[in-house]
Design a protein around this ligand. Sequence first.
Ligand code: VG1
Ligand code: CO
Length: 563
Amino acid sequence: YPVKEIQTKPYEGQKPGTSGLRKRVKIFQQEHYTENFVQSIFDSIDAKGSTIVLGGDGRYFSQDAVQIILRIGSANGVSKFIIGKDGIFSTPAASNIIRKYKTTGGILLTASHNPGGPNNDFGIKYNVSNGGPAPENVTNTIFEKTKTISSYRVIDAPPLDLSKIGETTFGPTKVVIIDSVTDYLILLKEIFDFSLIKSFLQQHKTDFKVLFDGLHGVTGPYARAIFVETLGLAESSIQNCVPLPDFGGGHPDPNLTYAHSLVEAVEKGNIQFGAASDGDGDRNMIYGKGAFVTPSDSVAVIAQWADAIPYFKKGGVKGLARSMPTSKAIDLVAQKKGLEYFEVPTGWKFFGNLMDAGRLSICGEESFGTGSDHIREKDGLWAVVAWLNILAAANANSPNKLIGINDLLKEFYSIYGRSFFSRYDYEEVSSEGANSLVANLDQALTSGSLNNTEHVSASTSNKFVISGLYNFEYKDPIDHSVSKNQGHVITFSDGSRVVFRLSGTGSQGATVRMYVERYLAPNAPAEELNRSAAEGLKGLIEVALEVSKLKHYLGRDEPTVIT
Ligand code: VG1
Ligand code: CO
């Protein structure tokens, strides 16, 4: 097949964000748009002789994108593609394949939890050889290439049939099409005590029911393999597990707002253990009847119980970490266990170096991301099975009383205290408004005008004194690279804090995120410790909105989503 050189012109704004390039499908469908970005990826890596993993969450436009990447990759000297059947890999599964088969990297086709379909979002992300999202030096190179690109190379070959497992060729390039689930299931079986979980679930068929909701994202087939085929649960223990290119019109994001199909079924069916995952399978929510686990608590509880999981019992726990806005609950576990712990900027790519250096085992983000060094992406189903493994282990020592999600949380709060945490998202606001909000905080930072000021909440009469304000900056302890401007943090004298940052994954306008955290020590009155997050944070949220003048700058009375 001949290689063709196609003339093109740069498009503006092909800057990979927190997790790849995410835009509306219609943007990707513009002439040469996708091709430009893909050629820029191959121009930024050693494409000649490389092996590239390719797959994604199956959303609308994936099929076209796979064929484009095959044509351009082959013309740029890729020697082998490993592709999931029908172009499907969950994000954690793709990370595993990159590591297991020691490939050069991978191209992941997903916009994660953003809605899919012709009028919604698509995304392309490059992952490097450790299985994790490309670090900033690589994504910056890709962005620079997109600004000057003048042509791209393709081979003129007919579309490849992605539905047949096995080896084939595409022009000069070898192509291996593999089952999307097999290797991932093998990995989880090496990590968790599946026989313990299975016997626990069998013993408690009636008083510990399980429901997993795939939200019509990529995890459906993975969930079936785990819950039905491996753990022997009934077909009714999984729902919305047929992946659809538009996720059935829904918003495949596992939180209390968007995963209402799970919340309703759990409440109605009296389900003790419910869980959901996002479009590409890297996020998770743990939600049982009357029991919601915040992601910040989830990763802390997993760290507390790490010994119950064979992978950590055998290999030990090397260190813990969280993203900056995530609550400090996991820090307390690290301190108690005498482990090293880290605070990194938002985005999973910042955990990779620490894991590669053998200094990090378990980490999480408040955005429903939890994971470990078994791969280099967050891993929704891993977190769900981790919770099942922990509950099975806890119950093995409690023959007379069934221990559920809330029992683990109460025990955790009684040892470590509780960090109330909530995030307010103001989606698709004007960029000017968002920038003014940030500029105002910057000014307060320079002038010190907020320092030591006292603020009383009108409704709760709680008093808050501001003890500091800074713009979070991170120096990677391994490669010493510095990431600046990662969010403004306002600290209060009682240990509470509020963070403001701009989202790096939105596909339109600007999104402002406000994170609030308030800590109560374990000796606080039980009725305070066991309040809902909304009640526990009410006063602090009022003060945060007032201090930042958020309503004034954004012109919004209410956030789009509260998690
Ligand atoms: C958001 C989350 C961040 C997460 C990122 C990718 O980024 O806040 O914690 O790592 O999404 O997750 P931002 O920049 O919009 O706040 V996923 O499941 O979209 O790959
Ligand atoms: Co995701």
